[in-house]
Design a protein around this ligand. Structure first.
Ligand code: IVH
Length: 777
């Protein structure tokens, strides 16, 4: 991912078609990263994510008409998960614009001065506060008592994690002093100090329990525990820095608000200061950058906020972030170390991933021993060699990245790295297919690495989430020959002999055995989306699984559709015809409908005419494309057969057509179920399960079912995502542009060209409130 930007077409060179495709790609990719982030398992570094966000915005700025309703630029934060109850924030929790360079900061100050129309001698004061790299929380106090605590979620609504937040000693259950508003939402950051985080991980690793990649993931994972006693045992801290709804004003300045928080019993970051002008801000930034590694907790920048609250009110908001604040980000933290070796990991789909083994080095307070090298091409592009001194970068990332090689320090005998052509685990050939950047082991079933990875995936948190069954146990059980496929896990739980062997030979205590069995048995009841995700189908992540589950509703329907799609995988000839030669679906359907005699009825006619007669109504360019393929009448008959029999099943199209799924994922489902071995694995697994819980299907009898809706303008009652999700759950189709097929345009303030389009096409235009009334609030 890191250097993908290098291979990307510059935004200025994109044409409209490319831009549209690129925006679609970015929306999908960033949505996947958001989902992973929400689960506290980020799949991308902050720096890469920011780069994608910036690219998305740059393309949208050039092609404003192409802004998608699911554009990442319209989102505030991570989507809300369903595990906890949703709570609506009294006032939305916004995000901040970023500044990266000093010039961005002077621009920020100049913008504020201009907006407020300040005279030259009027000084603007700010607070400069460390930007804590944790998780923001909203704490609702009524009459001084903490009544509710929530995550930020998507900014408008988060998750109710009151019980967990109450376990954090820094968070007062009752406000101290006096002068607090009768109702107030205090906001701030939950974080984990670096040393406590490291101690936790060391202990977890020794005990074979789950470790976390960085303090932020650790804080996020700790807050999302179902059992608050687990959270209570985690070393979490809190700093207050903002507020949401309040029944009355309680300060006149941001600095005054921070003082009030402190008086009420909240920790306020001791490095938060009040300064004047952009020079003052940059001084604080430099100071914090110098002291950063010694603070004891991760910060990723400095937040500047206009101090006077009356000015903040006047400045207001631009889309999702305040005009009165900005986050000045630190560059990624770097260090150099020696690359001692390159290990090849084999993933569950057989992909070979190179991982750098490094001489341990501290980067930004965290000891790093490994870094991803992504794939074969990346190693070649950077010409990374074993023995090289490399520059490492950690930007709050899961896995640090290798930025570059220090060529001056390259040992004379270092050779270019040769990527293995065989699987390091099973020895099968490893090949690259098509434009896949990954080399994959072809060992399939015989490759134990793939097998273990698939089982690990199966028991993982977002799949079957089996307590007490981690990599260590899976490998041990696999080595004993007990577990080869998911069903074996469930068989183990009812196999008295094997459980006895665990007690006798593996030193399992009675409680451990009981817990293991209980952990497995608990998952004989599983939700449809977890089951689909757990199968480990290539390209089917948890979000796609959810979409599939919601679309099909129950296992029988999903399974029937998947099998039907599998039986209708297009033949290579058909794919060549449709994709290679670009024969349109309409032409293919004309061809499929033709009834042709095996003998040529028009032996004298040239091929073009034969085609015109055989397939009446197809266009001249299509005939020109088909002519050289058909050659003669027999060829025409064969093409008609291919069009009729070899095309994809309707079901494959149905799956591909589910919003958010698409052709690649649909094909992956079909391919998976096409494989007899996979069918057997699925059948064996289903035999072990007692219930597959149905997914909630979108309602099909609402006022907007089947209607096409477009949202435009600044929506005030909900975010775009929320509006879209809600509309879709009611059976409406949400589109990005207005046409005569549109049924409703829901227009917020500032609606522009779409409003004009709607008037032109006579489309009903609704305000947000009218829309809400239509869908029943
Ligand atoms: S103020 C409208 N102050 O940064 C302003 N945020 O990108 C709301 N953060 O979601 C935020 N330290 O998680 C603010 N001193 C600070 C902060 C801070 C960390 C985080 C917070 C927020 C994100 C915004």
């Amino acid at each position: 991912m890191l250097n993908r930007a290098m291979a990307l077409t510059p935004v200025e060179s994109l044409n409209e078609v490319e831009a549209e495709a690129e925006l679609a790609r970015l929306a999908a990719e960033m949505a996947a990263h958001d989902a992973a982030y929400a689960e506290a398992a980020p799949t991308v570094s902050d720096a890469d994510y920011d780069a994608m966000k910036a690219r998305n915005l740059a393309i949208e700025t050039r092609f404003p008409a192409l802004v998608r309703s699911d554009s990442p630029s319209l989102k505030v934060g991570a989507p809300v998960s369903t595990q906890f109850t949703e709570v609506r924030h009294g006032v939305p929790m916004l995000s901040l614009d970023n500044a990266f360079e000093a010039a961005d900061v002077t621009d920020f100050v100049a913008r504020i001065r201009r907006f407020l129309n300040l005279p030259a001698d009027e000084v603007v004061a700010f607070t400069a506060e460390p930007k804590i790299d944790g998780l923001s929380a909203n704490l609702r106090y009524e009459d001084g008592v903490l009544v509710q605590g929530a995550t930020r979620g998507d900014g408008r609504a988060g998750e109710d994690i009151t019980a967990n937040l109450k376990t954090i000693a820094d968070i007062p259950h009752r406000l101290n002093g006096k002068g607090w508003p009768a109702r107030i939402e205090v906001r701030g950051e939950v974080y984990a100090p670096n040393d406590a985080f490291a101690a936790f991980n060391a202990e977890a690793e020794a005990a074979g329990r789950r470790t976390y990649a960085n303090p932020r993931n650790f804080a996020a994972g700790s807050l999302r525990q179902i059992d608050p006693t687990v959270t209570a045992a985690r070393p979490l801290r809190f700093f207050a820095y903002a507020w949401g709804e309040t029944s009355e004003p309680f300060a006149e300045t941001q600095a005054g608000a921070l003082e009030a928080f402190e008086a009420w019993g909240f920790p306020v970051n001791p490095r938060s200061v009040r300064v004047e002008g952009s020079d003052g801000l940059i001084d604080v930034y430099r100071g914090l950058e110098t002291d950063r590694a010694g603070l004891g907790y991760d910060i990723d920048g400095v937040v500047y906020k206009v101090d006077r609250l009356d000015w903040q009110t006047r400045l207001g908001f631009v889309s999702r972030s305040p005009r009165w604040a900005i986050a000045h980000k630190f560059p990624a933290q770097q260090a150099t170390t020696v690359l001692e070796g390159i290990d090849i990991q084999v993933g569950r789909t057989g992909s070979l991933t190179p991982v750098a083994r490094l001489a341990p080095v501290t980067v930004g307070g965290v000891v790093v021993r490994n870094a991803t090298l992504h794939n074969e091409d990346e190693i070649a592009r950077k010409d990374v060699r074993i023995g090289d001194t490399v520059v490492l970068q950690r930007a709050g990332d899961v896995i640090p990245q290798i930025v570059s090689v220090v060529l001056d320090k390259r040992p004379a005998d270092a050779l270019p790295y040769v990527f293995p052509t065989h699987c390091p685990v099973c020895g099968s050939e490893a090949v690259r297919e098509g434009d896949d950047v990954r080399r994959r082991c072809t060992g399939g079933l015989i490759c134990s690495a793939q097998l273990i990875e698939r089982l690990k995936h199966f028991v993982s948190r977002r799949a079957f989430d089996i307590e007490g069954l981690g990599e260590k146990q899976l490998s041990a059980f696999h080595d004993r020959g007990w577990i080869h496929e998911p069903a074996d896990i469930f068989r183990l739980a009812r196999d008295a002999d094997k459980l006895d062997a665990l007690r006798a030979e593996d030193g399992y205590g009675e409680t451990s055995v009981r817990n293991l069995v209980a952990g497995i048995d608990a998952r004989r009841v599983i939700s449809l989306e977890r089951l689909i995700f757990g199968l480990g189908i290539r390209d089917i992540g948890d979000q796609t699984s959810l979409l599939l589950a919601r679309h099909f509703g129950d296992w029988a329907s999903f399974h029937a559709a998947a099998m039907e799609a599998a039986s209708g995988i297009p033949s290579p000839e058909w794919t060549q015809l449709a994709e290679g030669h670009g024969v349109s679906p309409r032409t293919l359907s004309v061809m499929a409908a033709a009834t042709l005699s095996p003998a040529d009825p028009w032996p004298e006619a040239p091929i073009d005419q034969k085609l015109a007669l055989a397939f009446p109504g197809i266009a001249a360019p299509a005939r020109r494309a088909l002519g050289p393929l058909a050659v003669d009448w027999a060829g025409i008959v064969e093409l008609a057969r291919i069009a009729r029999e070899d095309g994809p099943s309707m079901t494959l199209g149905e799956i591909a057509g589910i919003a958010g799924v698409g052709p690649v994922a649909a094909r992956a489902v079909a391919d998976f179920f096409h494989e007899p071995h996979n069918q057997a694995v699925v059948a064996a697994l289903l035999a072990e399960l007692t219930t597959v819980q149905d997914a909630e299907r979108p309602k099909s009898d609402t006022a907007v079912t089947g209607k096409t809706v477009v949202f435009t303008g600044a929506l005030e009652r909900f975010t775009r995502d929320e509006a879209k999700a809600r509309a879709e759950s009611l059976g409406a189709k949400v589109s990005g542009s207005v046409s005569k097929k549109t049924d409703y345009l829901v227009a917020g303030p500032g609606a522009g060209s779409k409003l004009a389009d709607a008037q032109k096409h006579g489309v009903a235009v609704l305000t947000e409130d009218e829309w809400l009334a239509l869908i029943g609030g």
